[in-house]
Ligand binder design. Structure first.
Ligand code: NAD
Ligand code: DAU
Length: 351
C-alpha cells in the first residue's frame, strides 16, 4: 500500500503533532501530509513550527472542523486524499464530564463525516482510527484489556470514542472500507497540553503550586511514551490488516501517586527548588473525579507477535526525556499558559 496524500486530522494536538514530525522524518514515507485541524484550545500551531519549511511540498495545513461535512468533502477532492489518520477529538475526560456536547459532535459526528467522505472517495486505501483503551471500561486488580474485551465505556469521553470505533468497524463490515482501529493506553511526552496529569504536575511543581491528586491516588494507568505510540501507529498503518483492531501499550502500569512522586524527585534532581525542599510537599489529595475508572492495563501481545512492535522507552527514560523537554521549552509553556497562541490563531485565521 502506497499512501500519496495522507490526511492527518487533529495534527496540531499532542499526539498528532508528534506523529507528523515523526512520519515526515521517516525514509519509508514519501507522501504528503494534509493536516486538518479546527485549532480548538488543544490545537497549537507552534507544535509544528517550521515543519513546512523543513519539508517543502510535503506538508499542508488546512484549518477546518471535521463536523463540516461539505468542507471535509472539498478537502478530500482538492488534496486528492487517499488515506486518513484520524486523531482529531475532544480528548480530556474532566472536560467531558462538565461539557459533553463537544465530545458528541467532534468524536462521533466528526468521525461519521470522515467515514462518509472516505467511502465515497475513489482510490481510497486506508482509514486509521486512533482510539483509546478507555473504551474497555475499568479493570479490577487483575487482568488486562485484550482486543476481545467488550466495550464498557464509563465517561462521556470514552462513550463518544466507543461510538466512533463502532462506526469505523461497521463501515469496514458493511461497505468494505479499508479501516483499522488501534486502542492505546495513556501517552506522555513533549507538546502535551498541561491539563493532563504528567504536564500539569511538571508545570505546577516548577511553579511551586499544589499538585492535585484525585481521590486516594491509587488509580492505575498504563503509560506509553508518545514517540512509541507514533511508531506503533505507523507500523500498524503499513503492516496491519484492514478490519483488525490492535491494542497498543507500554506494559508500564503505575498508580497516579507514584507518578507524581517520581515527577517531584526527577525535578528536584534536574531543577532543584531554591530552598532545597522536596517538591513532594506540594502534593495535595483532592476530591475524586466522578465515575473515575480504577485501573487500565493493556495486553499488547497481538501487535508484538504479529507486527513485531515493542516500545523503546521505559517509563523512567521517557519521563526524564519529557521533563527535560518541558525544562527546555519555556517559551512554548508561556504561550500555552498565557493563551497567547489563541491570540495568534485569531490574528492569522480569524474566528
Ligand atoms: P489533543 O486534545 O491534544 O488534540 C486534539 C486535536 O484535535 C487538537 O489539535 C484539536 O484542535 C483537534 N480538534 C478537536 N476538535 C476538532 C474538530 N472538530 N475538527 C478538527 N480538529 C479538531 O488530543 P491527543 O491527546 O493528541 O489525542 C489524539 C487522539 O488520540 C484522540 O483521538 C484521543 O482519543 C487518542 N488517544 C489519546 C491518548 C492520550 O493519552 N492522550 C491515548 C490514547 C488515544
Ligand atoms: O487511557 C488513554 C486516555 O488517557 C486517553 O484516551 C485520554 O485522551 C487521555 O486524556 C488520558 O485519560 P486519563 O483520564 O487517564 O488522563 P488524565 O491525564 O486526565 O489523568 C490520568 C490519571 O490522573 C487519572 O486517573 C486522573 C488522575 N489525575 C488527573 C489530573 C488531571 C489526577 O489525579 N489529578 C489531576 O490533576
Amino acid at each position: 500500500m502506497i499512501i500519496k496524500n495522507l490526511m492527518v486530522t487533529g495534527g496540531c494536538g499532542f499526539i498528532g503533532s508528534n506523529f507528523i514530525r515523526d512520519l515526515l522524518a521517516r525514509p519509508d514515507f514519501t507522501g504528503r501530509i494534509i493536516n486538518v485541524d479546527k485549532l480548538t484550545y488543544a490545537g497549537n500551531p507552534e507544535n509544528l513550527a517550521g515543519i513546512g519549511e523543513e519539508y517543502p511540498g510535503r506538508y499542508l495545513f488546512r484549518k477546518a472542523d471535521i463536523c463540516d461535512r461539505r468542507l471535509v468533502r472539498e478537502l478530500f477532492e482538492m488534496d486528492e486524499v487517499d488515506a486518513v489518520c484520524h486523531f482529531a477529538a475532544e480528548s480530556h475526560v474532566d472536560r467531558s464530564i462538565r461539557h459533553p456536547e463537544d465530545f458528541i459532535q467532534t468524536n462521533i459526528t466528526g468521525t461519521f463525516n470522515l467515514l462518509e467522505t472516505a467511502r465515497a472517495s475513489r482510490g481510497f486505501v486506508l482509514f486509521y482510527q486512533v482510539s483509546t483503551d478507555e473504551v474497555y471500561g475499568s479493570l479490577g486488580a487483575a487482568g488486562y484489556f485484550t482486543e476481545e474485551t467488550p466495550y464498557r465505556p464509563n465517561s462521556p469521553y470514552s462513550a463518544s470514542k466507543a461510538a466512533a470505533d463502532h462506526l469505523v468497524r461497521a463501515y469496514h463490515h458493511t461497505y468494505g472500507l479499508p479501516a483499522i482501529i488501534s486502542n492505546c493506553s495513556n501517552n506522555y511526552g513533549p507538546y502535551q497540553f498541561p491539563e493532563k496529569l504528567v504536564p500539569l504536575m511538571i508545570l505546577n511543581a516548577l511553579e511551586g503550586k499544589p499538585l492535585p491528586v484525585y481521590g486516594d491516588g491509587k488509580n492505575v494507568r498504563d503509560w506509553l511514551y508518545v514517540g512509541d505510540h507514533c511508531d506503533a501507529i505507523w507500523t500498524v498503518m503499513k503492516e496491519g490488516a484492514p478490519g483488525e483492531t490492535y491494542n497498543i501499550g507500554g506494559n508500564s502500569e503505575m498508580e497516579n501517586i507514584v507518578i507524581v512522586e517520581m515527577i517531584c524527585d526527577v525535578l528536584d534532581e534536574m531543577a532543584p527548588a531554591s530552598p532545597g525542599r522536596s517538591r513532594r510537599n506540594l502534593i495535595a489529595f483532592v476530591k475524586d473525579r466522578p465515575g473515575h475508572d480504577r485501573r487500565y492495563a493493556i495486553d499488547a501481545t497481538k501487535i508484538r507477535r504479529e507486527l513485531h512492535w515493542a516500545p523503546r522507552e521505559s517509563f523512567v527514560s521517557g519521563l526524564r526525556k519529557t521533563i527535560a523537554w518541558y525544562l527546555d521549552n519555556r517559551v512554548w509553556i508561556d504561550h500555552v499558559r498565557s493563551g497567547s497562541y489563541q491570540d495568534w490563531i485569531q490574528e492569522h485565521y480569524g474566528g
